[in-house]
Design a protein around this ligand. Structure first.
Ligand code: NAP
Length: 333
């Protein structure tokens, strides 16, 4: 059983804890919040739980082995570092870290302290995502792709009222690209590998981050276009163009439907996609398998591939952000 502690008491943490408990491999052991009442309000539905309002006490809980971090983006690095130094595995919400330097340091520290670091990029752990990966041909038969994830955030209403919510703040490493944009970029890098160039054209809002934008990932023989945003809605499907047809997905995360249309419009093939109730249960399952079987070589190889993917996604996000002139406080450190 994995004794889990959590940082961040918003709805996403409830969703992750419920997903983790549903796998039967986790127990909620400890809750950290800056306010005791908030920690208690979060934990009361999960039975016997320890509470902490300072991080040193929290990381000192010796029977807690793994920490899920869902705080504002710019806080992930220091919190993950402290957790690793206390000997805990870390599951860090996307985007895990603001810069390649932060990512490198955490990967290095996790190896040194013999603990696991996972970026909670849920789409790559979906069975449906793997079904698509298995269907895709070799890269020389791919001629392009078009991915989007753009959804209006009610927190943009606060920006319009002159406020600066964390998710739209350069201080907290916010903006559309590093939030919803993470999913299309994870999809592109997981399915096609590391691009040779990446560019982003963002519409910057009053707080200095991108409210929406268009990106392009350049591969040797094809390009992938990315549309992301949090100040508008997109209803576009995702498409992968092959030299013998087109694969159409409802999305690149929470994939519910994938249909291949052949070049001559004569044949359609629906890929077998299974639905899951909680969109975070597959990642919780995947992390548990690695944590609970540290000696398993196949799982070890899989884990290393996730770490490399997280590193590459972080680098691409950084390059794209730089190309659009989006500067975070974390860049200045
Ligand atoms: N995987 C997904 O589908 C998904 C969905 C949503 C969000 N996320 C990720 O989850 C993370 C949290 O996102 P969110 O929208 O929930 O963020 P948020 O509401 O800004 O903050 C999350 C939690 O962090 C603590 N917090 C807030 N402001 C803080 C501050 N100034 N200093 C220290 N702690 C602070 C709060 O907990 P306490 O008050 O209890 O300390 C809060 O509940 C982000 O990395 C985001 O990208 C992932």
């Amino acid at each position: 059983m994995i004794n889990l502690g959590i940082i961040g008491t918003n709805w996403i943490t409830h969703q992750f804890v419920e997903a983790a408990l549903s796998t039967g491999n986790y127990e909620l052991t400890a809750v950290y919040s800056r306010k005791l009442e908030r920690a208690q309000e979060f934990g009361e539905r999960y039975g016997e739980v320890e509470y902490a309002v300072d991080l040193t006490t929290f990381f000192g809980i010796s029977h807690m082995s793994t920490v899920y971090i869902a705080s504002p983006n710019s806080l992930h690095f220091e919190q993950a570092k402290q957790a690793i130094l206390a000997g805990k595995n870390v599951i860090v919400e996307k985007p895990a870290f603001s810069t390649p330097e932060e990512m490198d340091e955490i990967i290095h520290l996790a190896n040194e302290h013999n603990v696991f670091f996972f970026e909670a990029a849920r789409n790559i752990h979906e069975r449906a995502f793997k079904t698509v990966a298995d269907f895709l041909p070799l890269k020389d038969q791919i001629i392009g792709a078009d991915f989007s994830f753009m959804k209006y955030s009610s927190r943009y209403d606060l920006v319009l009222d002159g406020e600066e919510p964390n998710i739209f703040s350069t201080h907290f490493s916010g903006g559309a690209l590093v939030d919803l944009g993470v999913y299309p970029i994870y999809a592109a890098l997981a399915w096609f590998g590391m691009p040779k160039e990446s560019h982003y054209f963002g519409k910057l809002i009053s707080t200095g981050v991108d409210g929406l934008g268009i990106g392009i990932l350049r591969y040797e023989d094809f390009d992938v276009s990315i549309r992301t945003g949090k100040i508008g809605d997109s209803f576009q499907q995702a498409e992968i163009y092959l030299d013998y047809g087109t694969l159409v997905l409802n999305a690149v995360n929470s994939i519910e439907e994938a249909v291949f249309h052949d070049r001559n419009h004569e044949r359609q093939e629906k890929l077998p996609i299974q639905q899951v109730e909680n969109p975070m249960s597959e990642e919780a399952d995947a992390f548990a398998a690695v944590i609970m079987n540290p000696e398993d070589q196949d799982l070890g190889v899989l884990y290393e591939s996730w770490v490399e993917l997280a590193r590459n996604v972080n680098q691409v996000l950084f390059d794209m952000r730089k190309s659009a002139g989006i500067i975070f406080d974390a860049d200045k450190k």
